[in-house]
Design a protein around this ligand. Structure first.
Ligand code: AP5
Length: 230
């Protein structure tokens, strides 16, 4: 089983990179933010509750988030592992994940952190557009669509996420960066952290993430020294 945790601040590029890595590694992409946005779209009780926190840039309470994530990991496509994007987001979630995977005789194999300076995060989030149908990610400057306002992949309209408004972006960064640093420390202490410079173009970041994931897998089988990655 392979469980890979993708860490990074809002706007670091997790949602851009996770589907590419998922396709390369043959693992499902499990993103708590996407699960929440789907629940909001459906108008479910979880969605209505989550929206109150997402709109303010705050973390949704663990009581809601953890159940949603564990239900998703119980689905058959995640039986052999998953790429976790946006979970864990605090130490309590990290501990719960460790326990839940131990119950399956498994564990997090590697935590890949995409590191991007705060000023660049703000630039990226204010220029982000996603497609309404499937959430494919674009950026006004670094990754514009071929036809303005339409998704290259499914032609659905591009919209701005509610939490990408400038006042919410600032609140998200303020509210979430401390907890992110704690989660990064959690995986560092366990020798599972690999940090990637996320300022580079998308393809270079993908290559660095894939190399770090492979190096971690090789470490586990004892065929190469721990350390590569950036
Ligand atoms: P979530 O959807 O997880 O949002 P996030 O972590 O804030 O991350 P983002 O989706 O904003 O950014 P990203 O890192 O995916 O960047 P992207 O690839 O899009 O969560 C949303 C909310 O749900 C949270 O605020 C919280 O309320 C709640 N939530 C979710 N999980 C939770 C949990 N576990 N516990 C509690 N609450 C939870 O890229 C950003 C932009 O940059 C794009 O325009 C992209 O095109 C561009 N870009 C990407 N890579 C590059 C590059 N290398 N160079 C230039 N531009 C780039």
């Amino acid at each position: 089983m392979t469980f890979l945790v993708l860490l990074g601040a809002p706007g670091a590029g997790k949602g851009t990179q996770a589907p590419i890595l998922a396709a390369r590694l043959g693992l499902p992409h499990v993103a708590t933010g996407d699960l929440f946005r789907a629940a909001v779209h459906e108008g479910s009780a979880v969605g209505l509750e989550a929206r109150r926190y997402m709109e303010r840039g705050q973390l949704v309470p663990d009581s809601i988030t953890v159940k949603m994530l564990l239900d998703r990991l119980a689905q058959p496509d995640a039986a052999l592992g998953a790429i976790l994007d946006g979970f864990p987001r605090n130490l309590a979630q990290a501990d719960i994940l460790e326990g839940a995977l131990a119950d399956r005789s498994s564990r997090v194999n590697v935590a890949l952190e995409i590191e991007v300076p705060e000023a660049e995060l703000v630039r990226r989030l204010s220029g982000r557009w996603i497609c309404k149908a499937n959430g494919h990610v674009y950026n006004e400057t670094s990754h514009p669509p071929r036809v303005p306002g339409r998704c290259d992949l499914d032609d659905s309209p591009l919209i701005q996420r509610e939490d990408d408004r400038s006042e919410t972006v600032a609140a998200r960064l303020t509210a979430q960066l401390t907890a992110l640093r704690e989660v990064v420390g959690y995986y560092q202490e366990r020798g599972l952290l690999r940090t990637i410079d996320g300022r580079r173009p998308v393809a270079e970041v993908t290559a660095a993430l894939a190399a770090a994931a492979l190096a971690a897998a090789a470490d586990e089988t004892g065929s190469s020294p721990r350390g590569a990655g950036n």
